[in-house]
Structure formats: C-alpha cells, structure tokens
Write a protein that binds this ligand. Structure first.
Ligand SMILES: *Cc1c(COP(=O)(O)O)cnc(C)c1O
Length: 382
C-alpha cells in the first residue's frame, strides 16, 4: 500500500501534503506515477502480494487519494467514485424496502432528485424537513428511520444543521447519519469527529479545487463493516475514479489547506461588504453574526465558515441577472470550490421544481485578492 501513517498528532496542512504518499519504490520519484494498468501480476503461488488484482477493485492512485481523504476527515477509510452523485447513490443503496430516510428540504438539488426519483420508488419512505430546526428533525426521526442525511452549510441557502445534536437524535433510533461535507471541507468541519457515520463529498468542488476533475468520495467512520459493504457494492457496480483523475485529486489535496484558508478569509471579507451594500437585501453566510446558524457554525466549524455566499438582491430575477452580467472577475458558471470565483443565478440552473428564490445569486469565492473581488461585486451591484 502507498499509505503513510502520519499519526494523529500531525497538523492538517501536513497531512494534506504527505498522507497516502511515499516516494515511488521503483524509481524514487517524489511525485507519484500514474498507474494506468487495469491488471496486476500474481506471484507463482497464485497470490497477489502487492494488493492489486484488477483496476475496478482498486489501483495505486486510488489508494493514495482514499488514504489521504480518510486521514483528513478522521475516518477509517474512504472510497473514491466517478462523481459526487455516484457517491451519494452508493450510500442510498444501503437502504431497502420499509426503511425510512430523513433528509433536508434544502440540499443539493441532485441529491434531492436521487431521493425523490430513485430511492423513494424502492418502497423507501422519504421525509424532507427543515434540518436547521432540531424540533422538526426530532419529530421526523422515528423507529423505522434508517438514515438521516445532513448537508451543512446547505446548498444554496447556507442553512446550518447541528451535526452533534442530529447524531444524538439518530443514535437513539439506531439510524445512520450521513453528512455531505462538500461546502465545509474537512479543513472547516469534520462530521465523523462529531459522531456522523459517513461523510460524502463532491470531490469536483474544493477537494479537486481547480474545476478540472469530476469525482466523489465517501469517508467511513468507526464502522468499518459499513465501508466493506460500500466497497463490495462498488466492486459489483463499477463506479470508480480513473487513475488520472485520482492523481489530479491527490495533487490538489496537497494545497487544500492553503486554498481553503484563503477562500474562507476572502469570503468573510466579501460577506461583510455585501451585508452593507444597499442593493443587497440578504447576505447568507454562516460567518456573519446575524446568520441564524452562526452560533452552531461557531461550535462545529473550526477552520473557517467556508467560502460559499448567497445573496438576495433587490429587484428580483431581472436585477439578479444584471448583477451576474456585470462582473468581470467572477465568472458566470455553475459549480464551486475552484481557485477562480464564480457567480450563479441558482434558480435557473436548478430548473423546473426549484424552490430557490429568483433573486438569489450564489457566489463561490476563489483565491484571488479579496479587495479585487469586493470591487468587482460592488461595480456589478451598481
Ligand atoms: C456538486 C455537489 C454534489 C454532486 O457532485 P457531482 O460531483 O457534481 O456529482 C453533491 N453535493 C453538493 C453539496 C454539491 O455541491
């Protein structure tokens, strides 16, 4: 295996650089090679002493990225998929007829579509709640609840769910807690350490960080058997991350702490300036003291409040579109978490059935100079 056990005492940024990597045994190369081979040789006795047989089951590049993310999230293992949605669907495969799942009303629209259009059709009862309200969660979680899905901060309204309190409610009923940690990143929030059973990421976002690799991750907490079930499902269904994508993702993780620290600092500066702007009716960012989830965010987010901001502008959809049209540095595109800042009219990408307000713009804050970004937004807001 390529994993380097760096130990609990190692700081997050050190793990970003070193976890899962050792110099190549054959050449001494510091940068890991990309192993494209789909098949691996047996010994004369028929065994596979190097741990690899066939690339659907595992590859050296996948092992490196999985080991690194597991260490960053404080998990016992991780599984890399071809996209974030492939990762969430793999988790939903744990559910069967008669099970009950509780999920937030505000979550990534693709996750909600999977729950409504795929999972709910398998005789799984689905209950969507306002997950920022612990009372609502408490009354939704019942004896048949098998899984509670958490996404915090949530897409696109930046609602905050109290992870530890949700875990306590779910534990009492024997339900699993799965947290989509895409927006927060393990730098800011580590749900497994707060008691969650699984963490899901769209690796396409902050983990990849450069808008050039589609990927998904499931990180497994204390229950290693749960990881074995997910791995077995992956082996049978083949939704795996290819070697080059694993290599890109592992390379990106080396700068995760640097990138996300800068992005969080920029985001706080920008949120404070937007909150004062007369064209902006609401600035949704958990780092702002008047955000309803701020106190919970302070408790459970350690390295920063993330770098996603949503604003609601005066003047409805038309004004929102005009603001998006007026930026020069912020690019008009969906997705998030890359080094470049993006601005997006969210309702129109979510399409029919979206409940996102028409006056909402979602901002993904990049690593550019914070003052440049503030000026760009101020100019576009007019
Ligand atoms: C993008 C995203 C996903 C889906 O990930 P893909 O990599 O696009 O499949 C899931 N959850 C959140 C919060 C996301 O932003």
């Amino acid at each position: 295996m390529t994993s380097t056990p760096t130990g609990d005492a190692t700081a997050f940024s050190t793990r970003c650089v070193h976890s899962g990597l050792t110099p190549d045994a054959a050449t001494g190369a510091i940068a890991p090679p990309i192993h494209l081979s789909t098949t691996f040789e047996r010994d004369q006795d028929g065994s596979y002493p190097r741990g690899y047989r066939y690339s659907r089951e595992g590859t050296p590049n996948r092992a490196a990225v999985e080991a690194c993310i597991a260490e960053l999230e404080g998990g016992t293992g991780a599984i890399a998929y071809s996209s974030g949605l492939a990762a969430s669907l793999a988790v939903f495969e744990l559910l069967g007829p008669g099970d009950h799942v509780v999920a937030p009303r505000d979550a990534y629209h693709g996750t909600l579509r999977q729950l409504r259009d795929i999972v709910a059709k398998r005789e799984v009862a689905l209950e969507l709640v306002d997950a920022t309200d612990q009372q609502a969660l408490a009354s939704a979680i019942g004896p048949r609840t098998r899984l509670v899905w958490v996404e915090t901060p949530a897409n696109p309204l930046l609602g905050v769910t109290d992870i530890a309190a949700t875990v306590a409610l779910a534990r009492a009923r024997g339900a699993l807690v799965v947290c989509d940690n895409t927006f927060a990143t393990p730098l800011c929030q580590q749900p497994l350490c707060l008691g969650a059973d699984l963490v899901v990421h769209s690796g396409t976002k902050y983990l990849g960080g450069h808008s050039d690799v589609l990927s998904g991750i499931v990180v497994v907490g204390r229950d290693a058997a749960l990881g074995d079930r997910l791995r077995e499902w992956q082996r049978m269904t083949g939704s795996v991350l290819a070697p080059f994508d694993c290599w890109l993702l592992r390379r990106s993780l080396s700068t995760l702490a640097l990138r996300v620290e800068r992005q969080c600092t920029n985001a706080l500066t920008i949120a404070l300036s937007l909150a004062r702007h007369p064209a902006v009716a609401h600035t949704l960012y958990p780092g702002l003291p008047r955000h309803p989830g701020h106190a919970t965010a302070v408790r459970q987010m350690k390295g920063g409040f993330g770098a996603m901001i949503s604003i609601r502008v005066h003047g409805g959809r038309e004004r929102a579109m005009r603001v998006a049209a007026g930026t020069r540095l912020f690019r008009r595109a969906t997705s998030l978490g890359g080094v470049e800042s993006l601005i997006e009219h969210r309702a129109s990408i979510e399409g029919p059935g979206s409940t996102t307000p028409e006056d909402l713009l979602r901002l993904s804050i990049g690593i550019e100079d914070g003052d440049d970004l503030c000026r760009d937004l101020a100019r576009a807001l007019g």
